[in-house]
Design a protein around this ligand. Structure first.
Ligand SMILES: [Mn+2]
Length: 553
């Protein structure tokens, strides 16, 4: 673990080789159906080397290198090789659809769709172009568009059973979407209002922790439920549960259900914008330290790396509070353990841990990136539904020390948005296609002024001028966001006004990046700590990501 000076001068020199910002074309607003004027960068010139001798051979060599990188999970390197190959063969459908695949892997669905469009244009008979476009649209909740492309695949390859099953899955998603729209209109009661943990039996064979002081099962259900009120969950139980899960065992379903019901209730009754102050006293575990709040970025189911943060930096307590900035689940196969640990601490003491919603605390991301499969494997569908209800009520942003704005993705590009708008965002829903919630959850910074369509296909890219204007308008000093893997675990941009923090080291066991967290003391000067990944039990990332036949795994 190394401490780094927190000044923006030193931070901004950190290279961003792992950030996912490469783009060879600038998508137009029309493609996205977004009705705003874009002031993005001039379209990057793609060098055309197709006339050079041996162009074909060079393109194929670069394709092989790209394929090799793709197969070992080095997606950004793969994108680099495919982009180089495309300079020699700009309209090659295979190269375009391979790069689309790599873009999908890094969640750049907007760019994937552009490449797939291009591939289909170049060769309307090349089925993978349709596959890729369908996958990216599926990830974006555009199920009807995805269905159209899988229909085309089935037409081109009538005997392809895999395509048939994916088409069926699209049909199912279209039906589900229509159904949830219908029940939304009918205001059907959520599962949490009818779910009754009292009828779940705790068998005598259960050897895990209990919330009662005697660490034994209670027969008085009201008494048991009362332990799960915010601020009342015993520390002994929380710490025992954390250790129990570390040994790959499960906390009893009755207790998990109580945690989820209590947390849903808690989050539904607090503001969408949290106001968090810096503690006035030093962390209890080490009184020599400066009082601070610790801000972490994406943790993505990397439970053993989360425990490593706590071992290095102290467990959450009112004198050692944490803010986890979204994307707790998906990708890593210990997502259940990560989110449950955060929620247990939340109930132990609501002021020891703060959570903001990430774009992965959503139903559709969980379907394709593993959390749904994981919860259904470890518990059941109803517990998963209760998790979704908690996610729907998570706050969307925080103001730290009155001056630092923290949100998962980024800033809205609408030049009139104030903190009051953030407070007023309607929650209890999946993020809409566009609007303030989507911007906060999905947007990314860009180095040049203005706004551009997002490489992801949701939200926008916002420049340093947009950041400065938002901070000025709201009397703030700094934006902290997460959402993108960074080689050094963090990156300072926009003249020191935008910090990205990412806390999942060696993301997906393949990316080789460091993790980082930030300390904010009374001065609100960010101080960074970087760290490497630690070993975890042999369950590979995305082990539970079975959605769409494991297409995204
Ligand atoms: Mn994210």
């Amino acid at each position: 673990m190394e401490d780094k000076d927190g000044s923006s001068q030193s931070g901004s020199s950190v290279p961003s080789t792992a950030s996912t910002t490469e783009s060879s074309s600038s998508p137009s607003a029309d493609d996205q159906g977004i009705d705003v004027e874009m002031t993005g960068p001039p379209v990057e010139e793609v060098i055309d080397r197709s006339g050079e001798p041996d162009a074909e051979e060079k393109a194929m060599q670069l394709k092989e290198k790209g394929n090799q990188q793709l197969s070992i999970g080095h997606y950004l390197q793969a994108i680099g090789f495919y982009s180089e190959a495309l300079e020699y063969r700009p309209d090659n459908a295979i190269l375009l659809s391979n790069r689309a695949m790599a873009y999908i892997k890094v969640e750049n669905y907007g760019l994937a769709i552009l490449d797939a469009d291009h591939a289909i244009q170049s060769d309307p008979k090349y089925v993978k172009g349709y596959y890729r476009r369908a996958s990216a649209n599926f990830a974006l909740n555009h199920f009807k568009a995805a269905r159209k492309d899988f229909r085309q695949v089935c037409k081109l390859k009538p005997k392809d059973r895999d395509a048939r099953s994916k088409l069926n899955e699209c049909e199912k998603a279209v039906r589900e979407q229509a159904f949830s729209k219908a029940i939304e209109a009918e205001q059907t009661a959520p599962l949490s209002s009818t779910y009754d943990p009292n009828i779940i039996d705790v068998a005598s064979s259960y050897e895990g922790p209990h919330p009662s002081p005697e660490n034994s099962v209670l027969s008085d259900m009201d008494l048991e439920a009362s332990y799960f009120a915010p601020g009342r969950l015993p520390k002994e139980f929380v710490m025992a549960a954390v250790q129990w899960m570390k040994s790959e065992k499960q906390v009893h379903k009755r207790y998990v259900a109580r945690v989820l019901l209590a947390c849903r209730e808690y989050f539904a009754n607090i503001s969408s914008l949290m106001e968090i102050s810096i503690p006035e006293v030093a962390p209890e575990h080490d009184p020599t330290l400066e009082p601070r709040l610790t801000v972490c970025g994406d943790t993505h189911g990397q439970y053993y790396d989360v425990l490593n943060i706590f071992e290095m930096n102290g467990y959450p307590s009112c004198t050692n509070p944490y803010l986890f900035n979204g994307d707790f689940v998906d990708r890593g196969s210990f997502s259940l353990e990560v989110i449950l640990t955060y929620l247990l601490f939340k109930l132990m003491d609501p002021d020891c841990i703060y959570l903001t919603r990430g774009n992965h605390e959503t139903k559709n991301m969980n379907r394709i990136y593993g959390f749904e499969g994981e919860v259904k494997a470890k518990y059941d569908d109803k517990i998963f539904q209760l998790f979704l209800e908690v996610f729907e009520w998570l706050p969307l942003a925080a103001v730290v020390g009155g001056k630092v704005f923290v949100t998962h993705g980024g800033l809205p590009v609408d030049p009139t948005v104030t903190l009051d708008h953030v407070r007023a965002v309607k929650r209890g829903i999946e993020p809409p296609e566009q609007g303030l919630m989507s911007d906060l959850l999905w947007s990314d910074p860009q180095p040049f002024p203005g706004k551009s369509p997002s490489k992801r296909g949701v939200g926008f890219a916002f420049g340093p001028d947009i950041t400065q204007a938002f901070l000025d308008r709201n009397n703030l000093n700094l934006l902290v966001r997460s959402h993108e893997v960074k080689e050094e675990g963090y990156l300072v941009e926009h003249g020191g006004k935008t910090i990205t923090v990412f806390s999942a080291p060696n993301y997906c066991d393949t990316m080789g990046n460091k993790g980082a967290f930030i300390h904010f003391g009374a001065s609100l000067e960010p101080k960074f700590t970087q760290y490497e990944a630690v070993p975890h039990p042999e369950v590979r990332p995305m082990a539970y990501a079975a959605g769409m036949g494991g297409l995204f795994a």
